[in-house]
Design a protein around this ligand. Structure first.
Ligand code: PLP
Length: 387
């Protein structure tokens, strides 16, 4: 055995966790509850589009689950983020503080408005926005004015802050929320990956003005495509629902619209699937936390790598399990060996400031993001079911 089998003990172990599969994906959906029943019911009702009982039920379930007063269903998580930023008052030319290590949708949603993302560093432990770096950035560049906080290096208004709960690990949201309050910056959480994750007992997505969730096929629970905004602010919830339904003024037969609206409402067909999946969220998260416990025990005996764990104040959904290898070379060796042996593994996303569309955006000290980007891999994390 030579260089090519350096990680075979890890790859073999992962195979024992997902027996009977020639190829083990990173995250597979599980449809083992009422999915077919509810989807068939939605079809029988003929309400398959953006009006229907399951859309309302989905919103109520999201309220119960997160503890937020209001939930608005959207076509996907990117649309949820875009809408949350819009109703929070972000305008063309404004700046939005976010993190360098995130999925592209965070930065895209900011760009749809014509606002500029500013990429700050992540915390080594949480993998989400670093409260220390956020505070340092604002102390260096922020200036409180009547219209809000201004970035003195560009002269633009800082209209929102969007931290992301990476791989379902809650970031230090309590401190981030306190900093945002102090600087009068609306906080919008990208909680797309963290449904079922809590920080000090509070569901992610509920510490600021609004939170955005995703129900894409690779997430903890899925409805094919879908998203949701949660908030305690009644006016913003009303406005978000209005704008996501083409801003149509309610009337029995007339077509009247009072804003530029969006076709962003979740269809009832998807909502039916979402309701069935949400019924299983708790069981899925417990199952995934069981897998995480197994990984943790195994990797505690393995040298030269770190298994990423939730922090002391966090309860993570362990959407995607992550390892930090010793170097970029080790990471690449792991990726090659795992993927050529039927075990899917992926690196972290390319940092936002390196992408051609965002190269001109401001980024601050992103040394931790760069360090993590070079070393991180995700490993199979699906809910395990007995065959
Ligand atoms: C999945 C995801 C989104 C958006 O999700 P879609 O539903 O695919 O539009 C946004 N942000 C992050 C961090 C995500 O992982």
């Amino acid at each position: 055995m030579g260089q090519t089998s350096k990680y075979s003990h890890i790859i073999d172990f992962i195979k024992t966790l997902f027996p009977g599969q020639d190829f083990i994906p990173l995250h597979e959906p599980r449809f083992i509850g009422n999915e077919k029943k509810y989807v068939a019911d939605a079809i029988d009702s003929t309400f398959v589009s953006s009006v229907g009982a399951y859309v309302n039920r989905f919103e109520e379930m999201m309220q119960d689950l997160t503890g937020a007063k209001y939930a608005v269903a959207t076509v996907n998580g990117t649309a949820a983020l875009h809408m949350a930023l819009l109703v929070a008052g972000v305008k063309r030319g404004d700046e939005v503080l976010s993190q360098d290590l995130t999925f592209i949708a965070t930065a895209n949603a900011i760009s749809y408005i014509g606002a500029h993302p500013v990429f700050l560093d992540i915390d080594r432990r949480t993998l989400g926005l670093s409260a220390d770096k956020l505070e340092a950035f604002l102390q260096e560049y922020g200036q409180k004015r009547d219209e809000g906080t201004v970035n003195t290096s560009t002269g633009n208004r800082i209209a929102a802050c969007v931290p992301m709960h990476t791989y379902g690990f809650p970031c230090e949201i309590e401190r981030i929320a306190a900093i945002c309050r102090e600087w009068n910056i609306p906080l919008i959480e990208d909680a797309a990956e963290s449904l079922g994750s809590y920080y000090k007992g509070k569901h992610t997505g509920t510490s600021g003005l609004m939170g955005a969730f995703s129900f894409n096929g690779n997430k903890t629970v899925t409805c094919g495509g879908g998203g949701a905004i949660v908030t305690d602010n009644k006016e913003l919830a009303k406005l978000a629902k209005h704008l996501t339904t083409q801003a149509k003024v309610p009337h029995a037969w007339e077509f009247n619209h009072d804003h530029i609206g969006y076709n962003y409402r979740m269809p009832n067909l998807n909502a039916a699937l979402a309701c069935a999946q949400l019924e299983q969220l708790h069981a899925f998260v417990e199952n995934k936390r069981g897998l995480a416990e197994t990984y943790k025990r195994f990797f505690s005996e393995v040298e030269n790598l770190t298994y990423c764990e939730e922090g002391p104040d966090a309860k993570a959904n362990y959407w995607l399990n992550a390892l930090l290898l010793d170097s970029k070379e080790e990471r690449d060796t792991f990726l090659t060996e795992a993927n050529s042996n039927g075990v899917m593994s992926r690196p972290a996303w390319t940092l936002m400031h390196k992408l051609p569309m965002f190269q001109n955006c401001q980024h601050h000290d992103v040394s931790v993001s760069e360090w993590v980007e070079e070393r991180l891999v995700n490993i199979p994390s699906s809910v395990r079911v007995k065959p």
